[in-house]
Design a binder for this molecule. Structure first.
Ligand code: HEM
Length: 543
């Protein structure tokens, strides 16, 4: 530099260094002040101290190993332990099986589900407005209405499933088509979910479905990225990420708002006794359920069209990825199992369809084999290491049955993956045994009445896809267990029945591989070959 020339105060390097320093300090501050489980209980991972904490933070592929080790060492002795924080995720106090019922029994003002969801899903930014997850009224609506209206939904699904399947798997009866399994379900499920949420014809509008799907991806991006940023930066970064959330919501609302407004106007006319509406029957979908529930409960805020339109989005979020992943695991598992599995499932679907003349609630409840194959897939290929989180919201904290005090703000969880693979609970848990849960039921069905009298039929029912329990947590358990699971059960059975009866599949040579990053299974691509059959499968015309 020439003499007399002054060095600029602000250089690119100086700004970069300042940002990096701020980042490190703010992240360390977060790390220090985040609610920390007591150090008096065991921690798995590299340990509890500062240095160990930093190593835990960056150990992206270790959580599974740690959780399994903690489960063997502590859960089996009925003790809690801590799964450390990795990459901005909170540390979790993992509850042993013996304390799960206690955990599920705690009231919401002591252990909160919605607070755990709010924090995990970055509710300040990820769902258009914070109120959507702060007061999850859509969950209340689904809890109250979905099961009650299932019978009406079945004929809708029966009509929608062939449409959704054909749009993705095609109708070519000559050539096998290569299909990416997860991608295929991600294309099918939104239409089916939205048949229940907004009805036909909107559930078939590709631009609307694309907006909804883009929204769900925005949520995942916002939620997972914000973990990487210090909390002090969330108002800036979170609001930036939420721009795409708002944009895709806005796109979807161009379709939903006119429909909701028209529905409300129709309902008001019907309620006012308009003679033209005497024969009008309000459609049974999420729009009507939301409006009617809010009306009955005097929730004027929840009767507004834009609020109902916003509430459609988190339900789509709760449905699309979970259902698609479950279907992906199931298809991968049944196609890589012995060929007799597909044959057995086909025989069952064909028999029930013949008996019932179409899909009915009764017929679907008799699909024991398919029910078992889906439930077994959930067990054999869990999508997350720990499930069903609860946040301690009691200001004074909570004391566990072991007598350990856990502070306000701490996260509790259930060790789902270790439970699913526990040899004390399941015989040969490493195997995918498609009919693990249906053999006893089929045996029971073939018994005489005298023989049946000696069997605990209730126990048999408890191994159904929709039955939750401390040994089976893919749909959660207790008051907050997934209210969508009854819909999912019908939806998936109809999809698989339709696929197996109308399409041929080439078997997979091995079970799809799994990869775990932090606490989640990353679905690796599974490609299958599929061809439309010339005629529906029957035991007589198999080829
Ligand atoms: C295979 C598909 C699905 C899986 C694996 C699944 C899983 C779960 C789990 C584990 C929970 C409990 C979370 C907790 O206790 O912390 C849950 C809650 C919930 N699910 Fe699902 N879900 C699925 C599909 C659906 C569908 C289709 C809907 C809507 C129609 C839905 C709506 C909900 C709602 C509203 C809640 C919150 C319940 C509450 O907190 O009270 N889910 N789901």
């Amino acid at each position: 530099m020439a003499r007399g020339e002054e060095e600029p105060l602000v250089t690119v390097q100086a700004v970069g260094a300042a940002i990096l320093t701020y980042w490190i300090i703010a992240t360390a501050y977060n790390f220090l002040y985040a609610p920390r489980p007591p150090t008096t209980i065991p921690w798995v991972g590299y340990g509890k101290g500062w240095f160990a904490g930093m190593r835990n933070y960056t150990a992206l592929t270790k959580s599974k190993e740690w959780l399994l080790a903690g489960y063997d060492q502590y859960s089996k002795q009925n003790k809690i332990f801590v799964l450390p924080a990795t990459l901005g995720m909170q540390p979790e106090v993992v509850m042993p099986k013996s304390q799960l019922s206690w955990m599920f029994d705690q009231p919401d003002h002591i252990l909160s589900t919605s607070e755990a969801h709010y924090e995990f899903l970055q509710g300040d930014y990820a769902f258009v407005k914070p109120i959507i997850l702060k007061d999850p009224y859509h969950e209340h609506v689904i809890h109250k209405s979905l099961v009650r209206n299932l019978s009406a939904i079945i004929p809708d699904l029966e009509e929608e499933v062939p449409h959704a399947v054909e749009a993705v798997y095609g109708t070519d009866t000559n050539e096998f088509k290569k299909v990416d399994v997860l991608d295929s379900f991600m294309k099918m499920i939104p239409g089916l979910t939205n048949r229940m949420l907004v009805g036909k014809p909107l559930c078939r509008e590709r631009k609307f479905l694309d907006a909804v799907l883009a929204f769900t991806m925005d949520v995942i991006r916002t939620q997972s990225s914000l973990f990487l940023f210090p909390k002090a930066l969330h108002p800036i970064i979170g609001n930036l990420f939420s721009l795409t959330v708002k944009y895709h919501y806005w796109q979807s609302s161009q379709w939903t708002l006119p429909l909701i407004k028209k529905r409300i106007a129709d309902i008001e006319k019907k309620d006012a006794g308009d003679p033209e509406y005497k024969a009008w029957k309000e459609p049974s979908d999420f729009i009507t359920w939301s409006y009617r529930t809010a009306q009955a409960e005097g929730r004027h805020d929840e009767m507004q069209p834009d609020r109902i339109a916003q509430r459609i989005m988190p339900i789509n979020f709760a449905s699309i990825h979970t259902t698609s992943l479950t279907a992906y695991e199931t298809l991968g598992n049944i196609l890589s199992a012995d060929e007799s599995v597909v044959l057995s499932l086909r025989k069952e679907a064909h028999r029930i369809l013949q008996e019932e003349g179409g899909w009915t609630k009764q017929g679907l409840s008799k699909m024991h084999r398919m029910d078992s194959a889906i439930r077994e897939s959930q067990r054999a290929a869990p999508i997350a290491l720990t499930f069903v989180h609860r946040k301690v919201v009691a200001k004074e904290g909570i004391t566990t049955p072991e007598g350990i005090h856990i502070a306000h703000g701490t996260l509790l969880s259930c060790p789902w993956t270790p439970l699913a693979g526990d040899t004390d609970i399941h015989e040969h848990p490493e195997q995918f045994d498609a009919f693990r849960y249906s053999r006893a039921k089929e045996e029971f069905d073939s018994m005489s009445n005298e023989e049946k009298a000696n069997v605990d039929a209730l126990r048999l029912k408890q191994s159904g896809l929709v039955t939750t329990g401390i040994n089976h947590l893919p749909f959660g358990h207790g008051r907050h267990a997934c209210p969508g699971r009854f819909f999912v059960s019908h939806e998936l059975k109809m999809i698989f029945a339709h696929l197996l009866l109308n399409y041929d599949f080439k078997q997979l040579t091995e079970r799809p591989k799994k990869m775990w990053v932090i606490r989640y299974q990353v679905p690796l691509p599974v490609n299958i070959e599929v061809r439309r059959r010339k005629s529906i499968w029957t035991p007589e015309v198999q080829a």
